[in-house]
Design a protein around this ligand. Structure first.
Ligand SMILES: Nc1ncnc2c1ncn2[C@@H]1O[C@H](COP(=O)(O)OP(=O)(O)O)[C@@H](O)[C@H]1O
Ligand SMILES: [Mg+2]
Length: 226
């Protein structure tokens, strides 16, 4: 029996300014079963990043219901939200956001170290993930000494280091050349599958979107499955 790990009903998001109210999400419904692999496409500015931020507990909806990994993100307090971000979800962004003075290994282990305070255990989690993304020989490189694709592979290892139930990826290949994008895409899909992780990826790349078993388009503030 499959269990839904993401359950959204009537999610709305309004950005208020003095000039106007911007209605970005107008009633988004989504149910994703555990282990699903889903993509969201849609025109630039339609609210894809906004929706992913809400699912990742980085932003709150203006209305509607959002439950991710069994956590009610509408009613959760701030402490519960930060615990949720550390344990339940992993994020991969278009820009890698690696810490520039830290090595690949330190960047990838950091979320685990922050969660447990156990440096050795964090290294033991991060090292095999970096090996899995093909960076076993780059552990002590700082981001400036890595290529764009390699930095994004470190970001994938970092996203997975706390064994999240769900990985949210926002245009993870948007800044990469074709060959690096292909490698990052393969790793994301393969690692999610081998870890049983639910994957939700926002992308402009039709090839990557088509690879997902569930494909959605965000248009006029609503999500439609295609
Ligand atoms: N914090 C904010 N305040 C006001 N408007 C915002 C904010 N964040 C995003 N927006 C607006 O919401 C719309 C959707 O943004 P976004 O979710 O980033 O779109 P997408 O990721 O689909 O390109 C855009 O018009 C953007 O300018
Ligand atoms: Mg975006």
């Amino acid at each position: 029996m499959s269990e839904d790990v993401i359950v959204c009903g009537g999610v709305r998001k309004v950005f208020r300014s003095e000039a106007e109210d911007l209605q970005i999400l107008r009633g988004v419904d989504l149910r994703l079963e555990r282990g699903a692999c889903a993509s969201i496409t849609g025109p630039s500015g339609c609210g894809k990043s906004t929706f992913l931020s809400i699912l990742g507990g980085l932003d709150r909806p203006s209305g509607g219901d959002v439950s991710v990994g069994g956590v009610d993100l509408v009613r959760a307090g701030d402490d519960e939200l930060s615990a949720f971000r550390a344990r339940v979800v992993g994020f991969v962004f278009q820009f890698h956001y690696l810490l520039k003075d830290f090595t690949a290994l330190e960047n990838a282990m950091l979320p685990a170290y922050m969660l447990t305070g156990d440096r050795k255990a964090a290294i033991d989690k991060a090292r095999p993930l970096l090996e899995a993304v093909g960076l076993g020989d780059r552990l002590s490189h700082v981001p400036a000494k890595l290529s764009g694709g390699e930095r994004q592979r470190v970001a994938i290892a970092r996203a997975l280091v706390n064994d999240p139930e769900i990985v949210l990826a926002d245009e993870p290949t948007g800044n990469l050349d074709r060959a690096s994008a292909g490698a990052v895409e393969d790793l994301l899909f393969d690692l999610a599958a081998s870890h049983g992780t639910t994957l939700l990826v926002v992308t402009h790349d039709p090839g990557m979107a088509g690879r997902a078993s569930r494909r959605f388009v965000l248009r006029d503030g609503e999500l439609v499955e295609s």
